[in-house]
Ligand binder design. Sequence first.
Ligand code: HEM
Ligand code: HEM
Length: 219
Amino acid sequence: MKGNQQALVSPVVAFAHVLVVVVTALVLVWLLHFREGLAFNTHIKPKIFNIHPLLMIVGFILLGGEAILAYKTVPGARKIQKRTHLTLHLVALLTGLIGTFAVFKYHQDLSIPHFYTLHSWVGLITIILYGLQWLYSIFTFAFPHTKSSTRKKVAPWHIFGGIIIFILGICAALTGLVEKFTFSKLQREQEALVMNFTGLMIVLFSITVGAGVLLPRIN
Ligand code: HEM
Ligand code: HEM
């Protein structure tokens, strides 16, 4: 890769990594310091809910974003980049499913109805599309039987679809944060500031991931 192109990729992906650390720290401060903490089997039901934003933001969004960036961040052969890409996407998908199960269980335990908000609809559509994209991509790009001409034809659609699904995930995370802010009747206190700043950092992260995709590969 030419020096000037490398010079562009490096700061963008480095900034993306910094944002991963910043957003993770903010989410942990929010849930452990301002909220009730985290647990799956407990009579303190908000602890079960709290697993949802943790796994959706840190697992689904941040790891999913890192998976997308793998072709720009992982040194070495393309095969290794591809393996990292598909494995990180699998971990993101699994954490997303556990995170969705957590909020489903919270609703079930407290007899709150399911899927009645814009957030829950966008969220559910995102998870389903993400799962389908992952399965389809495994068959197309990971199994040796697929013709290379087919892979070439599918690749632009895979990238387009991947970016759309990632943006849907960002929409779900932002609507989720705003919804929780409203449900908790927060106004201008410190917790509100941490939550809203987390949202802003997530927006910035999505921009770095988008820019990372547009920039040329490292090999
Ligand atoms: C990509 C990220 C996210 C996805 C895919 C997602 C998905 C979902 C889904 C499918 C539900 C419905 C569960 C049910 O009805 O049983 C839900 C509920 C909920 N989520 Fe998220 N979520 C995400 C991020 C967040 C974040 C960051 C927050 C912030 C606190 C949040 C807050 C909520 C709240 C308050 C509910 C319960 C009310 C409702 O159903 O809308 N979510 N989420
Ligand atoms: C839901 C999960 C997935 C999403 C959101 C996603 C998204 C993306 C995105 C945005 C890119 C462009 C990256 C860049 O050019 O820098 C990409 C490239 C690629 N992905 Fe995925 N991906 C997913 C799963 C998979 C899986 C499971 C495989 C299987 C091996 C795979 C194989 C590839 C390949 C081979 C490329 C390079 C395509 C090319 O330009 O030739 N992806 N993916």
